[in-house]
Design a protein around this ligand. Structure first.
Ligand SMILES: [Zn+2]
Length: 319
């Protein structure tokens, strides 16, 4: 039996990654290019170039992952805050070029689909994925399928409000998980403390300029035993724990899988998360839920976009 092949494209704010993927999850070829900072048609042009480089004549379809609010069924891109794709018919543009089935979805939905298709969540039916980086993206698999809601814009876990009086979020609300428990939250926590005159190695790592502070500096300081840096991780981990507690209580999943740079700091962020779950989450929900860190790394987006093609062709075949 020959295995099907698909193309998975992960369109990020700074990089566009594409891969030729075999059903089962092996990557045969991959390409990474800079995201053009121009109009939507420029992005479509670059995406087409990536596809041309990796396509083979037995590809069954193309999957596109976009960082924003997307209607998977209609193909509508409602809003991409970090890219000029809002309102642009990217699916149509790529379909016109290659005359293959093209599928599109939110990148965080695709990250959890990648875990469910090829990663640590392969054997589970109810799984929630969180990508904790500069912001927070979320995806939910319920009963073995991606849960998207009515307009495809459900599972926006990053915009769950955990602190109503918290800082403003890009979505217009305030105190969303996205601003409280992300890399942005970590940097804010460090700046607030340092602005109050507290001592920390972080400032030295930022060459004495508070505006230069970045996430990896806080991680490095915390690993060196810096008290203030550890406090920042405890604070951000607390809010992440509150968000995860809510998700476990509502969805009762078998697994929560975390990806992204902040999740990659391991116990620094996970210790305070586990503490919140232990103290607050109801049993038996917390007893059956594994909380793990993704091993797919930067490939999750492309793999998920490729998996979307296999998933979607399975559905149309069954109909
Ligand atoms: Zn928000």
């Amino acid at each position: 039996m020959t295995h099907k092949k698909s193309i998975g494209i992960d369109i990020g704010g700074t990089k566009i990654c594409g891969a030729l993927i075999v059903e089962g999850g092996n990557i045969l070829k991959s390409v990474k290019v800079d995201t053009p900072q121009g109009e939507a048609s420029d992005t479509a042009h670059v995406v087409s170039g990536v596809i041309k480089e990796i396509i083979s004549n037995d590809v069954v379809g193309i999957g596109l992952g976009v960082p924003g609010w997307v209607d998977h069924e209609k193909g509508t891109i409602y809003n991409t805050p970090n890219l000029s794709l809002s309102g642009f018919d990217l699916r149509g543009a790529i379909h016109d070029k290659f005359n293959l089935p093209v599928f599109i979805d939110n990148d965080a939905n695709l990250a959890v689909l990648a875990e469910h298709s090829f990663g640590m969540a392969k054997d589970y039916k109810n799984v929630i994925g969180l990508t904790v980086g500069t912001g927070i993206g979320g995806g939910i698999i319920l009963n073995g399928k991606v849960y998207r809601g009515v307009t495809g814009t459900g599972a926006e876990i990053g915009h769950m409000v955990v602190q109503p009086n918290g800082p403003k979020c890009g979505c217009g609300s305030s105190g969303c998980l996205d601003v409280m428990a992300s890399g942005t939250g970590l940097i804010r926590a460090a700046k607030e403390r340092i602005n109050k005159g507290k001592e920390s190695q972080i400032l030295k790592l930022a060459n004495g300029n508070i505006e230069n502070i970045q996430g990896p500096m806080i991680t490095k300081a915390a690993e060196n035993g810096d008290k203030l840096a550890k406090e920042c991780f405890d604070e951000v981990g607390f809010w992440l724990g509150i968000g995860i507690n809510n998700l476990i209580n509502i969805c009762n999943p078998e697994m929560i899988i975390l990806g992204g740079g902040v999740a990659g700091t391991g116990d620094l962020i996970m210790d305070p998360v586990r503490k919140v779950i232990l103290e607050r989450t109801i049993s038996p929900n917390k007893d059956v839920c594994k909380i793990v860190i993704s091993k797919l790394g930067n490939e999750a987006g492309m793999l998920g976009a490729g998996a979307l093609v296999f998933e979607s062709s399975k559905v149309s075949h069954n109909n």
